[in-house]
Design a protein around this ligand. Structure first.
Ligand SMILES: C[S@@+](CC[C@H](N)C(=O)[O-])C[C@H]1O[C@@H](n2cnc3c(N)ncnc32)[C@H](O)[C@@H]1O
Length: 269
């Protein structure tokens, strides 16, 4: 049992962000309520599936950058998601097998799958905890056993901050992590936006009003503000397909279907 965190019953009748995302990506770890939410989501915004795929590809390129180019060897991944192809420790491990990854998620289904699939190597762990309580994450024994806070850390907040409402003060959450990480640490964020097609994005976000977490869409300027005190690396905060593309820069059609901004930044020393 997690200290300070009740392992709740899984209510399969209420759609959950992790399972909706799994269903969007074509996974099997979801229930009828999640698949129904996906149908409504795609009716409101057919772009949602491409946005989810583009986000997942951004996560993998960001991890390759952090481990390969920035030399990071320890990662805290808050909002892990249900394991699928190309999980963070697998991508990192292809470059540097000794990379340690502390996975954190507040969903019991993610926790169960991650325990079975992501851990057991001695270089990974999974913690059931909530981003809204960053202190609990930073002091959790399974995090402190794995992560050396005197050495640079990469914090991944990939497709999670839009599940935090303004009232829950996401900027304070990011600042708390910033205060705990040494200079030279990195922050990767991706976040859903309504900047491209505001009305359709609002309708898609409204599907989450019946889910366990609502979605707060934010503008480019609002998302960029999360990086206060960090130096964004090139190309800055951009639509995720434009962040360090593997091949040619994305075409306008692809960008039109990616309603997510992403960026990676380094903590000032
Ligand atoms: C859209 S998925 C993103 C998964 C992965 N980061 C990716 O980008 O592929 C969001 C994940 O964040 C988790 N999540 C949402 N709100 C959370 C919170 N307040 N604390 C911890 N995890 C949360 C969900 O359970 C889900 O697994």
């Amino acid at each position: 049992m997690e200290p300070g965190f009740e392992l709740g019953e899984i209510d399969t009748t209420i759609p959950h962000p992790a399972r909706i995302y799994d269903a969007l990506l074509g996974g099997k770890d979801n229930y009828a309520a999640d698949r129904d939410a996906v149908r409504r989501l795609l009716r409101a915004a057919p772009e949602a599936r491409d946005s989810a795929r583009a986000n997942r590809a951004f996560l993998q390129r960001a991890v390759r950058y952090l481990v390969g180019e920035a030399g990071i060897r320890q990662i805290i991944d808050v909002g892990t998601g249900i394991p699928t192809a190309g999980n963070v420790h697998e991508v990192a491990g292809q470059i540097a097998p000794q990379t340690r990854v502390a996975y954190v998620d507040n969903d019991s289904v993610v926790h169960a799958h991650a325990n079975a699939l992501l851990t057991g190597t001695g270089t990974t762990s999974i913690v059931l905890a909530d981003l809204r309580d960053p202190e609990a994450i930073l002091t959790h024994p399974r995090v402190t056993e794995l992560i050396d806070f005197t050495q640079p850390v990469a914090l991944l907040l990939v497709a999670i901050l839009h599940f935090i409402t303004d009232d829950e003060d996401p900027a304070r959450i990011v600042r708390t992590f910033r205060g705990a990480l040494p200079p030279g640490s990195y922050l990767a964020i991706s976040h859903a936006t309504g900047d491209l097609r505001p009305q359709a994005a609002r309708e898609a976000a409204a599907v989450y009003d019946e889910a366990t977490s609502t979605v707060t869409l934010r503008s480019h300027a609002e998302i960029a503000a999360f990086f206060d005190g960090w130096d964004l690396i090139e190309p800055g905060l951009v639509q995720v397909p434009s962040w360090h593309p593997d091949n040619k820069p994305p075409r306008p059609k692809e960008l039109g279907r990616a309603w997510i901004y992403g960026g990676v930044a380094r903590k000032r020393g």
